[in-house]
Design a protein around this ligand. Structure first.
Ligand code: UD1
Ligand code: CA
Length: 448
C-alpha cells in the first residue's frame, strides 16, 4: 500500500447542537466523537493526520493531541476546511482520507476498503463512502451512472425533486488521490444555495479532469452524521449495539443486552455475566468469571476474576476489587482496593480505603475519609471483621485479624488481633418498660 494521510474535519460550529461545547467533543459511549474517529483511524497505517479546527477550539486541540491541528480561520465549507490542512499534510504520494468529526462510528475496516478501492487499477481520483439512510433529509445525494461510477454529489439544499428521491447518500467520508488533491480543492467554487465551498463538488471537478470517481457502500449505522442532540442519541444507540455485540462475541453473557450501557473502552473478560440495567462508565476492566448483578453502576474500576458485584452497587474511580471479592447492594467504593475474598455486602461506603484479604465489612460501615478540607485514608488489614454500622474516621489503620464491635466510631489505630468497641456503654434498667406502660395507662384512664 502507498502512503495514507488523514484529514479530520472538526471546525464546524455545530449550531444545531445548541451547545457551549464544540460538537465533536460531545460523547458517545463515554468517548468524544473526534476521539472515536481517531481511535478507529489508528488501526490503519496512517503516515500523517491533521484535525481541522476553528480558532478558539483549544479544547478540541487538547482532546486530539498529540495529533496536530490546522486552523480554519473562517467556516466557509468542507472543501475550504480540507484546504486549511494543506500545510500540515503537504503532498501525499498515495491516498488522503477525509473524515468528519461528526461521523464518529466509521470502522477501520470500512476506511480500509475505501483506500483499497482508491488504489485499484482504474485509479479513481475520489472514492466516496455511500450509505442508504431511512431518512435521507440533510444528506448529500450520490448521482451515479447506475454502476459504481459516481457522476456528482448534490447537497440536499441544492437538489431538485428527482435528485431528492435518490436513496444513496454521502456519508462525508472520502478517499482522495493525494497527487491531485490540492489542485482539485483549488478548483472548487461556492456557487450554491449556501454560498459555501463544498467538498462534495470534488466529484464533478475530478470528472472534468477526465478522472473517475467511485462509490463504496457501508451500513448506515456506521455512517450516521450527528448534527443535533436527537442524532447524538441515535448514534449512541448504534454504538451501544455494536459494543454489546462485540462483548457477547467475546464470551460475555448479558441477560438483557438492551439495558446494559458500555463505554468505548470497557474491557470485559470471558464468562462475565451482566444482569439487566448495568451501566459502565469509562475506564473499566473486568477479568474473567465476574458477575455484575442488576442495577450496578461501574466506572474507573478494575475487577478481578471471580468477584461478584451488586445488585445495586456503585464502583467509582480508583476501585480495585480483588479476586473472589463481593460487593453487595447499596455499597459505594471510590479509590478503594479490596483484597482477595474481601466482602462488603450491604450498605457501605469505602472511600480512600484499603481492605485486606478475607476481611468482612459489616452492613452500614462508613469510612469517614473527608473532614471538609482533606481526604485521608483508611487501611484495613487481612482477616478483619468490621461490625455493622461502624464509622472508621480516617486516617486510621485497623490491624490484621482485628474485630471492631458493631456501632463503633473508630478514631485511633487498632492493633492486630485486638477487639475494639467504641460506643456508649449499654445501661439496663430491669422492669422499667413494664412500669412505664402501667403508669401511662393509669394516667390515660384518669383523664377519661
Ligand atoms: C456534509 C456533506 C453532505 C453529507 C453529510 C454527512 C458537504 C458539503 N456536505 O453535510 O453531503 O451527506 O455531511 O454527514 O460536505 N466543517 C468544517 N469547516 C467548515 C464546515 C464544516 O470543519 O467550514 C466540518 C464540520 O465540523 C463537520 C463536517 O465538516 O465535522 C461536516 O460539516 P457539516 O456542516 O456538518 O455538513 P453537513 O451539512 O452535515
Ligand atoms: Ca454533519
Amino acid at each position: 500500500m502507498r502512503d495514507i494521510a488523514a484529514i479530520v474535519l472538526a471546525a464546524g460550529k455545530g449550531t444545531r447542537m445548541k451547545s457551549a461545547l464544540p460538537k465533536v467533543l460531545h460523547r458517545i459511549a463515554g468517548r468524544s466523537m473526534v476521539g472515536h474517529v481517531l481511535d478507529n483511524l489508528a488501526a490503519l497505517n496512517v503516515a500523517k493526520t491533521a484535525v481541522v479546527i476553528a480558532p478558539g477550539m483549544d479544547a478540541v486541540a487538547k482532546e486530539v493531541a498529540p495529533h496536530p491541528t490546522a486552523i480554519q480561520q473562517e467556516q466557509l465549507g468542507t472543501a475550504h476546511a480540507v484546504g486549511a490542512a494543506r500545510a500540515a499534510i503537504g503532498k501525499v504520494d498515495g491516498t488522503v482520507l477525509v473524515l468528519f468529526g461528526d461521523s464518529p462510528l466509521v470502522t477501520a475496516a470500512t476506511m480500509r476498503s475505501l483506500v483499497t478501492r482508491r488504489e485499484a487499477e482504474d485509479r479513481p481520483a475520489a472514492v466516496v463512502l455511500g450509505m442508504r439512510p431511512i431518512d435521507t433529509s440533510g444528506y448529500g445525494r450520490l448521482v451515479t451512472d447506475g454502476e459504481d461510477n459516481l457522476i456528482a454529489i448534490v447537497e440536499d439544499h441544492d437538489a431538485d425533486a428527482k435528485q431528492r428521491a435518490i436513496g444513496l447518500c454521502n456519508s462525508g467520508v472520502m478517499a482522495l488521490d493525494g497527487a491531485v488533491l490540492w489542485d482539485m480543492i483549488d478548483a472548487i467554487g461556492n456557487e450554491n444555495a449556501k454560498g459555501e465551498y463544498y467538498l462534495t463538488d470534488i466529484v464533478a471537478v475530478a470528472r472534468k479532469r477526465g478522472r473517475i470517481a467511485a462509490v463504496v457502500e457501508a451500513p448506515f449505522d456506521e455512517l450516521v452524521g450527528i448534527n443535533s442532540r436527537a442524532e447524538l442519541a441515535v448514534a449512541e444507540a448504534y454504538c451501544q449495539q455494536r459494543l454489546r455485540a462485540r462483548a457477547m462475541d467475546n464470551g460475555v453473557t448479558m441477560v438483557d443486552p438492551s439495558s446494559v450501557f458500555l463505554s468505548a473502552d470497557t474491557r470485559l473478560g470471558r464468562d462475565v455475566t451482566i444482569g439487566p440495567n448495568v451501566v459502565f462508565g469509562p475506564g473499566v476492566i473486568v477479568a474473567d468469571n465476574v458477575e455484575i448483578r442488576a442495577f450496578s453502576h461501574v466506572e474507573g474500576a478494575a475487577i478481578e476474576s471471580g468477584a461478584v458485584i451488586g445488585p445495586f452497587a456503585r464502583l467509582r474511580a480508583g476501585s480495585r476489587i480483588g479476586r473472589d471479592a463481593h460487593i453487595g447492594n447499596f455499597v459505594e467504593t471510590k479509590n478503594a482496593v479490596l483484597g482477595e475474598g474481601a466482602k462488603a455486602n450491604h450498605l457501605t461506603y469505602l472511600g480512600d480505603a484499603e481492605v485486606g484479604a478475607k476481611s468482612n465489612i459489616g452492613a452500614g460501615t462508613i469510612t469517614c475519609n473527608y473532614d471538609g478540607f482533606l481526604k485521608t485514608k483508611t487501611t484495613i488489614g487481612d482477616n478483619v471483621f468490621i461490625g455493622s454500622n461502624s464509622a472508621l474516621v480516617a486516617p486510621v489503620t485497623i490491624g490484621e485479624g482485628a474485630i471492631i464491635a458493631a456501632g463503633s466510631v473508630i478514631t485511633r489505630d487498632v492493633p492486630a488481633d485486638a477487639m475494639s468497641v467504641a460506643r456508649g456503654a449499654q445501661v439496663d434498667k430491669p422492669g422499667w418498660a413494664a412500669k412505664f406502660r402501667a403508669a401511662r395507662a393509669a394516667l390515660k384512664k384518669s383523664r377519661g
